[in-house]
Design a protein around this ligand. Structure first.
Ligand code: DC
Length: 233
């Protein structure tokens, strides 16, 4: 069966990662959460007091950062490891969320992560989610999705997500964080968040997770069948 690359980009908290994970599982594809990679770099910067405005410090830190994903059979999910340590919990907290857009706007950080993402995605049969996957990391991806949702719905979802992890954060703080990240992510000079011209938009404000997943699976299977047909012809 022909394997393809599926790029899923979009704003924070509109269901990208959960959707991407399920699409990958259904197709038996690998899944890579690139947001987790920028979060791991940010966590390292916080832990080691790296000032993002000091290019030398950033350069040195990047040389010392190793990021990997390992499957956890208990949770059924890929978890993020920074220099051999599982940091899945640490990278999802507000301390990292507060700084991640600033760190991920740095060109050196982006070049380093994009290179790593391309290496990780060398083999096809991949679902990757982020902000610049369809535009920069894999501009030739066979299927590109751009996910969006109403701002208030995104904030409410993020609050529920954090609550599930026993973190109670005020809605106002979440709204401020999302608004700040949207602004930095869409206006940064280096590969800002934007819809690739050939991406399909999915607004998840009123769709269920199953509906989102099925929409993408439907598109993916059409493309896979088409490519199989062309290869036979
Ligand atoms: O998907 P997320 O909310 O975990 O991503 C965290 C931050 O990482 C997001 O605010 C912007 C940055 N990011 C990025 O710049 N490029 C990507 N491909 C993925 C995430």
């Amino acid at each position: 069966m022909k394997k393809i690359v599926i790029a899923i980009d979009g704003y924070s908290a509109c269901g990208k990662s959960s959707t991407a994970k399920q699409v990958a599982a259904q197709l038996n594809y690998a899944y890579i959460d690139t947001g987790a990679m920028y979060r791991a770099v940010t966590y390292y910067f916080l832990q080691h007091f790296i000032n993002p405005t000091n290019p030398r410090g950033v350069e040195d830190a990047l040389k010392k950062i190793g990021i990997e994903f390992h499957y956890n059979a208990k949770t059924g999910a890929n978890e993020t490891y920074l220099n051999g340590l599982n940091v899945e919990k640490e990278i999802r907290g507000m301390a990292v969320s507060e700084r991640v857009s600033e760190v991920s706007a740095l060109p050196r950080v982006r070049h380093c992560m994009v290179e790593l993402q391309r290496k990780m995605g060398k083999k096809k049969g991949l679902v990757m989610d982020g902000r610049d996957i369809g535009t920069t990391v894999f501009p030739d991806a066979e299927l590109k999705i751009f996910m969006t949702a109403d701002f208030d719905e995104r904030a409410a979802r993020r609050q529920r997500e954090l609550l599930d992890k026993n973190q109670l954060v005020a809605l106002e703080a979440i709204r401020d964080n999302l608004a700040k990240r949207d602004r930095i992510d869409t206006t940064r000079a280096e590969s800002p968040l934007r819809k690739a011209e050939d991406a399909y938009v999915i607004d998840t404000t009123h769709t269920t997770m199953d509906e989102q997943v099925n929409m993408i699976l439907h598109m993916a299977r059409e493309i896979i069948n088409q490519e199989e047909f062309q290869n036979k012809g």
